[in-house]
Design a protein around this ligand. Sequence first.
Ligand code: DSN
Length: 424
Amino acid sequence: MIDPRTIEEVDPAMAELIRRDAERQNTSIHLIASENFVSKAVLQATGSVFTNKYAEGYPGRRYYEGCEIIDEMERLAQKRILELLGGVHANVQPHSGAQANMAVYFSLLDIGDTVLGMRLDQGGHLTHGSPVNFSGQYYNFVAYGVDPGTERIDMDEVRKLALEHRPKIVLAGYSAYPRHLEYDKFREIADEIGAVFMVDAAHYIGLVAGKAYPNPVEHADVVTFTTHKALRGARGGAVITNNEEMGLNIQKGLFPAAQGGSLYNQIAGKAVCFHEAAQPAFQAYSQQVIDNAQAMAARFIENGVRLVSGGTDNHMMLLDLRSVDEELTGKVAAKMLDRIGITLNFNTIPFDPRPPFRASGLRIGTPSVTTQGMKEAEMVQVADLVTEALRNHGEERVLAATESRIRELAKQFPPYPEGFVGHI
Ligand code: DSN
């Protein structure tokens, strides 16, 4: 018998943890560039009975029976994402962006092959060749970075390294870079050496879906992404290719090479967010995310805070804390801000003299606050509150006053006014 009782009755300890995190989400200002708040519809899909089903394989070719409805659902997810972004083949099964990247590497590379990707400490990602990640351990990653003057990707360096090292994959994409990517130049470089052009668009694919940021699917051979950042969907990853044969090859690189059965409740949640992202309101949302980031960036600059590359084209910006206080590390600043109600993460900035666990930067993103309903006027207030807290990071009385203003602002924009427990 299925126990019909609610989580509060069955497991009050867990219910209390959910309630507490709902409270945290409802009472702070959320500036982590890779986070967002999903809709009730996405929560319902991810909390659905699809969690019960095993369906190893792909639609029409499974290792379990009873998969007809799962097949229909997975095909719907594939169709929706291809309609939204373009491309010819979609894989919605990756549990995460890391596993989407793993599937591409497993299928297109042999162990030891060379890939050209962005340096992690200048904005890349762990799975773009970090030595502590499988990517850096199994493959020979060569890294490009940003120009020290402009702090934008140095495309001359990308070309020079490509010609010198002849990578099999030229990889563009970032987790901490506030600018557009020059897809046409990456494409030209990949073509010049006969490499695959791959884009990891995890951070900004939601902005692409909302038509507010250039679409990598129009340029790359393969695009990987996550579904839970600016796209505002269930947590997970996906892959789109512009070539059916490559898509089928990457399918094998995911299952059975990297994953077993996928998470069908999560895939249902992805399908719901693809549907939501196809609505006109999502285009307005995506543009507002960028407008908000630019309004906040402009205010930081007015406040005398230096931003990496001098601003932003997307949903994020990187603050150079040395422009506020030479001694203040990213780690100390991020912890202090979280304590007073602003949640973000510390990050290295290009040519950072500090190690990644202390860092000299803060990364700030606007997808979450935009979902909360904040607009440019609130972004100016948030920039002022952050600047004030950073400038007074040792002054507990000032910080207490700043915190009350932060909580007051957050109170006006709760993402989940009805709370979570018993939500579904
Ligand atoms: N860890 C994610 C981020 O915060 O950017 C990327 O995977």
